[in-house]
Design a protein around this ligand. Structure first.
Ligand code: BES
Ligand code: ZN
Ligand code: ZN
Length: 468
């Protein structure tokens, strides 16, 4: 929906304006190396090279001869993620090329910063008549420009899917989005829908989604015939009213984003396929709407599950773990080498770490080591939380095997993760991300709205996690 050109580097353009990226403490020395006219212009404009600022230097006719982007100081940069994008955002439209000696901090993160520039060009304009044209960048030398473009495009897909309101992104539309991606990469896709979910033993996906107009479904996409088996499972609750335990207005307002896990795994899958990684990829997305009607599942209902465990539903708003439970049990039947779920699963995860970090759970120290290193490298922060065994007891209610909503209000993200692990088992190096999927305030390269979390860290960690 974003102009796809905005997500690519500009092609060779002799007229590209040279862009000098300058750290605050290096500005004086830089000016000393320029003509007196340029130095005077910088001074008159009060340009201090503060992070996120820029300055155009015109010729006598008013045409830009060069541009300066402020790269601030190291402490200022430590607070953000994409720094070049901050300065690029307000550059006049046109094409730019990085010029001069780059700050060391920038050349160390050049691929990441170039990605930030492309993502800064993202805007969700499906419902707007007019769209703006962002400043474009020639691919800097020394980076894998094609890879950066693949990542930018997939991240834009994730954002678009999350940003689209539920009326246009119901289970049917989410399926259509998966079919489009599958067709592009020649992946196989099957969809088990409506009553067929009951017949083929996905009782919890059926129960959660049956009250909605668009039937619940399990989307199953496979790609690649060689290499380790990687299974990605994404929560695709296209709207979460809370069900009969209806959410209050303030909590329901944003619930179009409750398919953020599905959007993020689909974006990650697109990256993996476009880059041609040697894996046997499977994507499982239970796509449902947690809706209210006479046939909705009720508080107190006990559901059967694919795994054979019975689940007492003490809160119909804890629906994500139900649909994921059946999908994870199905995924585990195939014995993947690594199974990762991503879900906007609990309010507790957001309370614990806020919207900037992707909390995750794993029992596997090598998965943890790979993720931590990769997250740092690609600027996609993750934070490990524990599968804390002692809280297993909280999942066990009176009259069924499991309780979907433990009382007490303690450790909600952990008890939800433990619930999922009961279905995933421990064989498949199960790793679970409880993401927020939403950026509450605009930051460079990350406008307010839907956002992928953890996908780039996982992508960068895959070679180590799967011995690729
Ligand atoms: N989709 C919500 C979780 C959520 C809420 C994620 C807000 C991000 C922002 C989920 O289905 C839910 O409602 N979970 C409940 C579980 C509780 C009833 C055990 C929660 O976290 O409050
Ligand atoms: Zn819910
Ligand atoms: Zn939910």
């Amino acid at each position: 929906m974003t102009d796809t050109n905005a997500l690519r580097f500009a092609s060779d353009d002799a007229a590209a304006v040279p862009l000098f990226v300058i750290e605050q403490e290096a500005l004086e020395a830089w000016c000393a190396g320029q003509s007196p006219a340029v130095a005077a212009w910088v001074e008159t404009a009060n340009f201090t090279a503060a992070l996120g600022t820029n300055l155009i230097v015109p010729d006598a006719q008013g045409a830009p001869v060069m541009a300066l982007a402020g790269y601030g100081t190291a402490p200022a940069r430590a607070r953000g993620r994409f720094h070049l994008a901050g300065a690029a955002k307000s550059l006049p439209k046109g094409t730019y090329r990085l010029a001069g000696d780059l700050p060391v901090a920038l050349s160390d993160m050049l691929e990441h910063e170039a990605l930030g520039w492309l993502l800064g060009g993202y805007s969700f304009d499906r419902y707007r008549a007019q769209t703006g044209a962002p400043a474009r960048l020639l691919a800097p030398e020394g980076i894998d420009a094609a890879r950066v473009e693949v990542i930018a495009e997939a991240e834009a897909l994730t954002r678009d899917l999350i940003n689209t309101p539920a009326a246009d992104m119901g289970p049917r539309d989410l399926e259509a989005a998966c079919v489009t991606v599958a067709a592009r990469f020649d992946a196989d896709i099957t969809v088990i829908k409506g009553e067929a979910l009951q017949e083929q033993n996905f009782p919890m996906i059926h129960a959660v989604g049956r009250a909605a107009t668009h039937a619940p479904r399990l989307i199953d996409m496979r790609w690649g015939t060689a290499g380790p088996k990687l299974t990605l499972v994404g929560k695709g609750v296209c709207f979460d009213t809370g069900g009969l335990n209806l959410k209050p207005a303030a909590s329901m307002g944003l619930m179009k984003k409750d398919m953020g896990g599905a959007a993020t795994v689909l974006g990650l899958a697109q990256m993996i396929m476009a880059l041609g990684l040697r894996v046997q990829l499977r994507v499982l997305i239970p796509a449902v709407e947690n809706s209210v009607a006479g046939n909705a599942f009720r508080p107190g209902d006990i559901l059967a599950s694919r795994k054979g465990l019975s689940v007492e539903n003490n809160n119909t708003d804890a629906e994500g773990r139900l649909v994921l439970g059946d999908a994870l049990a199905y995924g585990a039947e195939d014995n993947p080498d690594l199974m990762i779920s991503m879900a906007t699963l609990t309010g507790a995860a957001r309370v614990a770490v806020g919207p900037d970090l992707a909390p995750y759970f794993t029992d596997d120290a090598s998965v943890c080591a790979a993720l931590e290193a990769a997250a740092q490298q690609v600027g996609d922060p993750v934070w490990r939380l524990p599968f804390w065994e002692a809280y297993e007891a909280d999942l066990e209610p009176g009259i069924a095997d499991l309780d979907n909503a433990p009382k007490g209000g303690f450790a909600g993200a952990i008890t939800a993760a433990l619930f999922l692990r009961r279905f995933a088992g421990t064989e498949a190096r199960y790793t679970h991300f409880d993401i927020y999927g939403w950026n509450p305030s605009a930051k460079p390269a990350r406008p307010k709205g839907g956002v992928g979390m953890g996908a780039r860290a996982i992508l960068a960690a895959l070679p180590q996690m799967l011995d690729l």
